[in-house]
Design a protein around this ligand. Structure first.
Ligand SMILES: N[C@@H](CCC(=O)N[C@@H](CS)C(=O)NCC(=O)O)C(=O)O
Ligand SMILES: [Fe+2]
Length: 371
């Protein structure tokens, strides 16, 4: 059994999908925002149900799609506890295990590239993030990096694994795909046969340019890639949609339109969310996907056409404004005028992984009820 290795050419990032053959439950490691459609297609192609998104660290060179995958695929989010990714529901400590089907993966704290960085061991495969790269290693010159810590992580944690363990790195800038612990131990030019002092001297003299996207990527990755830029209070004009739908509106503007009879409010969350979390009186329920499993609602097209009733404007509400974008795109393809309601019903998770305090329909005091 091998992981599925996927590549983002813009950042040379490898994303990995591992799955349990019997239950089809899957884990994705280091997913890249710009590749979300590809990743969703791969999940569909293999018939997989994504149960975990997992980060090796808070990346400086690309933005994760973890938060979006949680919405679109129903996954839970996990990240190393020391990385400050407060939005991730599961905060992993060294030695913690994640289960998917009958499979399990173990977190190994491998600090150095960043202080919180982790590698993940699954069967005889290790996903090393930016700790160990093929013939190299992650840089240690920013984001709480430490060459001394990385030397220990490489020589004492990763090189302690069996020699035939396959190494799957977080990046490769030269098209190489995998290595083994045995190979890296004997031939990695930065660390093989080097003392700690020699390794530190090498790392100190790399003089690499700053990653192009670091200022944008690190803050976004600390919130699972969810960029909460909506500010519903301010946005009382629709923002024209650039992504194949009519536009984005604040929860307040959506409610104003609904009250004035200008638009129909369509709740695209799952039946379970409406039932257990809360609902907006008068909203039409048309699930985009259904829980558990987040399978597509095959009745969506018909129901959303009926909701528009010959051309009425639709405002679509989901949990945090991710699924409602996908649903608005589909409604637009059907010829309808569909807007995404920013922030959704519950808003984004805050630094404690809790929703309800960072935007959303409820946060803004708009009408809702609970059974
Ligand atoms: N050129 C890339 C940055 C590449 C980079 O710095 N990569 C980090 C990983 S996030 C690294 O550790 N590289 C190690 C190396 O290049 O030896 C960009 O602008 O995004
Ligand atoms: Fe990195």
């Amino acid at each position: 059994m091998k992981p599925i290795q996927l590549f983002d050419p813009a950042s040379s990032t490898y994303t990995y999908l591992l799955f349990d053959q019997a239950t089809r439950e899957a884990v994705i490691i280091d997913p890249v925002d710009e590749q979300i459609e590809r990743d969703l297609a791969v999940l569909r192609e293999y018939g997989l149900r994504l149960v975990w998104t997992l980060e090796t660290h808070a990346h400086a060179d690309h933005i994760t799609s973890a938060g979006k995958l949680a919405e679109l695929a129903g996954a839970r989010t996990a990240a190393p506890a020391g990385c400050g990714i407060g939005t991730a529901g599961r905060q992993l400590q060294d030695g913690d295990e994640l289960e998917f089907g009958a499979e399990r993966l173990r977190a190994l704290h491998t600090p150095g590239h960043t202080a919180g960085s982790m590698s993940y061991l699954w069967r005889d495969h290790v996903f090393t993030g930016d700790a160990l790269l093929i013939g190299g290693c992650g840089r240690t010159d920013f984001q709480s990096g430490s060459a001394v810590d990385l030397y220990r992580s490489l020589t004492q944690v990763l090189f302690a694994l069996p020699d035939d363990t396959t190494v799957w790195p977080g990046h490769d800038y030269q098209g190489r795909t995998s290595s083994t612990i045995g190979n890296e131990k004997t031939s990695n030019p930065r660390v093989a046969g080097k003392t700690e002092a020699e390794f530190v001297a090498i790392m100190d003299s790399l003089n690499l340019p700053r990653p192009r996207r670091i200022d944008e990527a690190v803050p976004a990755n600390l919130t699972s890639g969810l960029r909460h830029d909506a500010d519903g209070v301010q946005l009382m004009q629709p923002r024209t949609g650039q992504g194949g739908y009519a536009g984005d509106v604040s929860p307040q503007l959506a409610w104003q339109w609904v009250q004035q009879g200008e638009a129909v409010l369509v709740d695209v969350r799952t039946d379970a969310e409406r039932e257990w979390v809360g609902f907006v009186p008068g909203a039409l329920p048309v699930a985009w996907k259904q829980w558990p499993g987040m399978a597509m609602n095959t009745g969506f097209d018909e129901a959303v056409r009926a909701a528009a009733d010959g051309g009425r404007k639709l405002v679509l509400l989901c949990r945090s404004g991710v699924r409602s974008v996908a649903a608005a795109r589909r409604a637009t393809e059907l010829g309808l005028e569909a807007y995404n309601i920013l922030e959704g019903f519950e808003g984004d998770p805050d630094g404690h992984g809790q929703r309800g305090r960072k935007g959303g329909w409820r946060y803004h005091g708009l009408p809702w009820r609970q059974n």
